[in-house]
Design a protein around this ligand. Structure first.
Ligand code: NDP
Length: 333
């Protein structure tokens, strides 16, 4: 597969170029809003073509897939343009700024007969898949609650638009809550119904929240408690799933690397749960390619990206208004 990158981003540089190449793909071109940055990015990553216009990728019939990792407000228009050009699209989260926009992307991809996937990497984690397998196998009985703790320290090199530009989609809710929404849906196989939330801004940035805590109700009656932050250097990340016959403790697993530990606790005792330590992003690109080939599905579909955005936006609205929010998934989720 020949790929075009849209966005000269950190995530592309640190994870996705390697993942594309590890799955046998070629990174053929990169598009940035700035020509100089596109050229510099192409030179440092061995990419043959670079430009500040999308047509570089869209008009090249040999490019079959586009990976979009620009700032969040650009995803929608760039994805629609790529879909209209007949490209398969792997888009970063959040898919868009609104649920309606994201749903429109799913509808456009369906109409064009191309794959649209959301880069929710945590679904690709061996640890997360092991936790889901335990739940599905009934090892903890009926699930009563899920606790997601994903409060981290945003590294200095990422303290730009994420913490000071609401119009670019900044804030911890579109950045991390959206991932946690996908984790909850992935692990529990159901969609949150309603949320309550509180958020805060510690002064790290301007005009957007940097911390949020929320509680979600699930159709089964299970409760989800979720905490995301950019300002917690030593909190550690993880999740706990509690059932009426057991609990699962997964520590250090809300990460980009295949690390952490998973433990199952039941009446018979405590047991470490092994899981494969494959690269999350390579798995995600591999699943995407299988979907393009018609032999699989993306780890997270476009519809999954609509749903995670719907939950995240409901969390923000709940925090802004101080009211319980029913989640509006739009028509595509
Ligand atoms: P970056 O800030 O590194 O890049 C985002 C955009 O900012 C780039 O596309 C580029 O715009 C612009 N940019 C990059 N460097 C500079 C610079 N030095 N000066 C001015 N502008 C610059 O963001 P991330 O890589 O952290 O995030 C990109 C997307 O990926 C977001 O949607 C984010 O939510 C998502 N993401 C997903 C992760 C995952 O694990 N799934 C992890 C991290 C991020 P241009 O388009 O013009 O090139």
């Amino acid at each position: 597969m020949r790929w075009g990158l849209v966005g000269a981003s950190t995530i592309a540089a640190q994870h996705m170029i390697g993942a594309i190449r590890a799955t046998g793909g070629e990174v053929a071109a990169v598009v940035s809003t700035t020509r100089a940055r596109a050229d510099e990015f192409a030179a440092s990553h061995g990419i043959a073509a670079a430009a500040d216009r999308l047509t570089l990728v869209l008009d090249d019939a040999s490019i079959g897939a586009v990976y979009i990792s620009s700032t969040n407000e650009k995803h929608h228009a760039q994805a629609l343009a790529a879909i209209a050009a007949g490209k398969h699209v792997l888009c970063e989260k959040p898919l868009a700024m609104t649920v309606a926009e994201a749903a429109g992307m799913v509808q456009a991809a369906e109409a064009a007969g191309v794959v649209l996937a959301t880069n929710h990497h945590l679904r690709c984690s061996g640890a997360h898949r092991a936790v889901r397998d335990l739940i599905r196998a009934g090892r903890i009985g009926r699930v009563l609650s899920l606790r997601l703790f994903h409060a981290v320290q945003l590294p200095p090199h990422l303290q730009g638009w994420r913490i000071n530009d609401a119009s670019a989609g900044g804030g911890v809710i579109p950045d991390i809550t959206v991932h946690d929404a996908d984790v909850a849906r992935f692990l529990l196989d159901e969609d949150p119904v309603a949320v309550v939330a509180q958020m805060g801004a510690s002064g790290m940035g301007q005009g957007v929240e940097d911390s949020v805590m929320s509680v979600w109700t699930m159709p089964s009656g299970a409760l989800v408690q979720s905490h995301e932050s950019f300002t917690h250097p030593f909190a550690g990340s993880g999740l706990e799933v509690h059932g009426d016959r057991g609990s699962i403790f997964a520590r250090g697993v809300m990460t980009q690397a295949p690390v952490g530990e998973v433990e199952l606790v039941t009446a018979t005792g405590r047991a470490a749960v092994p899981f494969p330590a494959h690269n999350l992003y390579v798995q995600g690109v591999g699943d995407f390619l299988a979907a393009v080939a018609g032999s699989g599905r993306p780890a997270a579909t476009g519809a999954d990206g609509v749903a995670s955005l719907a939950v995240a936006l409901a969390v923000r609205k709940a925090a802004q208004t101080g009211t319980r929010q029913q989640i509006d998934y739009g028509s595509a989720a």
